[in-house]
Design a protein around this ligand. Structure first.
Ligand code: URA
Length: 425
């Protein structure tokens, strides 16, 4: 077998055989297939697609490139959630302890920020002392002891995806649905969860901009999970507006703690509860009541134990950025649009995200929203507060914010987009 014949097959719109897929993934992981060859193949896949059996085999080959985790020693059923990434998407933070408080075990392997979208690990690292990197034994011990763990995937899990993902990031091949589906599902299946709920984001702030693309991605992932024996459900959820009132690491941790304390923005609470119900159903815990677990403090108890078990101090003051800049409403009326992509890029430029993979993030940086679409605003009232430690970034962030919101005259009709758009099972 050789890389050139595999590339030519896909370049000429052919179907890759099982042997070709197994060989190319294994040879790429071992370094026998070069980055330039794999990037040509990834581009051919992006342009010409893969059919269902090719995607299934590609996913299986990525799983086989590393280890598989085993949670069969746990007494509780396992349930995991994966979001395809958005702006202000802090849902994992309240959701994992909430679902654990209702009786499931939640092994939440999470990632770092990617472009304008935030990453769960970057958010949690703003809590003093908290550690994202755990050995497999530590992960199992936190999960067994508290019911939930949020940590980085170990190097042994789907190493082919780690290498391929980094390559796609710099070759314009992230957006291929077969590659996104196999990337996400190889990690989730190798992780060994019994059930999985996918939060597939749709809108300007998401990788999938249209409902049709989001549906195709969701159906592909649900098919891969189900065929591998993982009970898998997807919700398509809106990402045209940021979730909640914050985008940025410590800012989002603070908002998540508000949700765990029984408060927080209505859309964050709604999505957290919708995903919790799906996870609990999929895990066979149909009688659990997540709204009660938020209200009675049991989800907060699990949060505190989970953070402490990973070295964090749940009572520590969270970092605050040194500088702020307020953007005021340009007119009085109704805020009809607050664009997730513009806000995400602003938070990223303020220092909440990275320009290069190895860059540190600022814990306190980000954007705070003082109004959401549908709210009445008065000319000159604060609309957004930008937070950063490095004020020379304000101009650059303001360019991203410009054109990201509309204020329509008083009395303009406004119809809110639902948080959950569709369910695919
Ligand atoms: N998240 C992943 O893990 N992989 C992708 O390809 C895209 C988002």
């Amino acid at each position: 077998m050789d890389a050139i014949s595999v590339i030519r097959t896909k370049r000429d719109r052919g179907e890759l055989s099982d042997e070709q897929i197994d060989w190319v993934i294994d040879a790429y992981t071992r370094g026998e297939v070069a980055d330039e060859q794999m990037s040509a193949l990834a581009m051919a896949i992006l342009l010409n697609g893969m059919n269902r059996s090719e995607i299934a085999r590609w996913t299986a080959a990525m799983i086989a490139s590393g280890e598989r985790m085993d949670f069969s020693s746990l007494s509780r059923p396992t349930a995991d959630k994966h979001s395809t990434g958005g702006v202000g998407d802090k849902i994992t933070l309240p959701l994992a302890p909430l679902v654990a408080a209702c009786g499931a075990a939640v092994p939440q392997l999470s990632g770092r920020g990617l472009g304008h979208t935030g990453g769960t690990l970057d958010k949690l690292e703003s809590i003093p002392g908290w550690r994202a990197l755990l050995s497999n034994e530590e992960m199992l011990s936190v999960l067994d002891g508290t019911g939930a763990v949020i940590c980085a995937a170990g190097d042994g899990l789907a190493p082919a995806d780690k290498k391929l993902y980094a390559l796609r990031d710099v070759t314009g091949t992230v957006e291929a649905i077969p590659l996104i589906a196999s990337s996400i599902m190889s990690k989730k299946i190798a992780e060994g969860t019994g059930s999985l709920v996918l939060d597939v984001k749709v809108g300007t702030g998401a990788f999938m901009k249209t409902l049709d693309d989001a549906r195709e991605l969701a159906r592909t992932m649900v098919g891969l999970g189900t065929d591998s024996g993982v009970r898998t459900v997807a919700l398509l959820t809106d990402m045209s507006t940021p979730l909640g009132l914050t985008a940025g690491n410590a800012l989002e941790v603070r908002e998540s703690v508000e949700v765990l304390a029984g408060g927080g923005p209505a859309d964050v609470v709604e999505l957290t509860l919708a995903l919790a119900r799906e996870m609990l159903d999929a895990a066979g815990l149909k009688d659990a009541d997540p709204a009660k677990a938020l209200a009675d403090g049991s989800a907060m108890d699990v949060w505190r134990r989970m953070i402490a078990a990973q070295g964090g101090d749940p009572d520590a003051e969270l970092p605050v950025a040194r500088e702020r800049h307020v953007v005021n409403a340009p007119a009085s009326g109704v805020l009809t649009r607050l664009d997730a992509y513009g806000i995400g890029v602003a938070a990223w430029r303020l220092g909440a995200g990275r320009a290069r993979k190895e860059d540190p993030v600022q814990a306190g940086a980000g954007v705070e929203l003082h109004a959401r679409p549908g709210d009445r605003v008065t000319e000159g009232q604060p609309l957004l507060t930008l937070h950063t430690d490095t004020p020379d970034r304000f101009d650059y962030a303001l360019q991203a914010v410009e054109g990201s919101y509309d204020v329509a005259p008083e009395g303009t009709e406004f119809t809110a987009t639902p948080v959950v758009l569709e369910r695919i099972a």
